[in-house]
Design a protein around this ligand. Structure first.
Ligand SMILES: Cc1cc2nc3c(=O)[nH]c(=O)nc-3n(C[C@H](O)[C@H](O)[C@H](O)COP(=O)(O)OP(=O)(O)OC[C@H]3O[C@@H](n4cnc5c(N)ncnc54)[C@H](O)[C@@H]3O)c2cc1C
Length: 213
């Protein structure tokens, strides 16, 4: 998005800026904690000249489009958290059944069973809220509360995913801290979700606004 009009949200347009446009540069690949399957770099736009044909939507009309995109992006991120947590949970159940300590499998200890039960419960709750929000946002005519609902789903799912992945590493013990395990990777990947696509704190600001205080 670029400023094409006056100050505030009514003065911004969406533009396609093609690779090779003079003034457009991409930084070297940044090294990240997780999400290694997705390259991340900083994009710099310095005095780029963009033809009118490269504008998406009406002039100075970017803001509503960005807002609508945020709602679907945040629901998609919530869905990703549910999927990551499901994977971490299944890995943990399988490992807890297989791993023996003090003469019995980890599932033989009530503390492990209760850890798994808490993971399953929070996962089910986040999946249900995310599913309900997706239905309400996609309903014909949309839902006026879409932005707030998407923010609620994102915060619920990211909190749940962080909790489940942390517990998954704990259940795997020292093995869970090793690069060779899936849960170690999921734990690192999960850390992005309360930051990317709007931070947890900004989601609460969105919720407060749509709730009217
Ligand atoms: C791996 C990765 C991929 C990314 N991909 C993209 C991408 O594809 N496209 C894109 O546009 N961006 C992308 N981002 C950027 C991402 O959206 C931002 O990092 C995120 O929105 C937070 O902004 P910030 O880093 O500037 O943090 P800051 O705004 O500096 O925030 C720092 C802390 O202060 C808090 N804070 C800031 N303002 C307030 C406030 N008003 N009230 C309360 N608390 C506040 C934040 O919640 C946070 O805890 C990516 C980031 C990462 C790490």
């Amino acid at each position: 998005a670029g400023r094409t009009g006056g100050p505030g949200h009514g003065g911004v347009s969406l533009l396609v800026i093609e690779a090779g446009t003079p003034g457009f540069t991409v930084s070297k690949k940044l090294r990240k904690t997780g999400w290694w399957a997705s390259d991340t770099a900083e994009l710099h736009f310095d005095g780029c000249r963009v033809p009118v044909a490269n504008r998406i939507g009406p002039e100075n009309g970017a803001f509503p489009m960005i807002m609508m995109n945020f709602a679907s992006e945040r629901l998609m991120l919530a869905g990703q958290c549910v999927a990551i947590a499901e994977l971490a949970y299944r890995e943990s159940v399988a490992y807890a059944r297989e791993r023996k300590a003090f003469g019995k499998s980890l599932t033989g200890f009530q503390v492990t069973r209760h850890k798994l039960a808490d993971m399953a419960t929070r996962l089910a709750a986040a999946r249900a809220l995310t599913g309900e929000c997706v239905q309400r946002v996609l309903r014909p005519g949309g839902d006026m509360q879409a932005a707030g609902l998407a923010a609620m789903a994102k915060n619920t799912a990211t909190d749940m995913c962080s909790f489940v992945c942390d517990q998954a590493v704990q259940i795997h013990g020292g093995y869970g801290y090793m690069r060779e395990t899936l849960v170690e990777r999921l734990f690192r990947d999960a850390r992005l979700y309360p930051i990317g696509g709007g931070t947890r704190e900004i989601m609460n600001e969105v919720i407060a606004k749509t709730e009217g205080y």
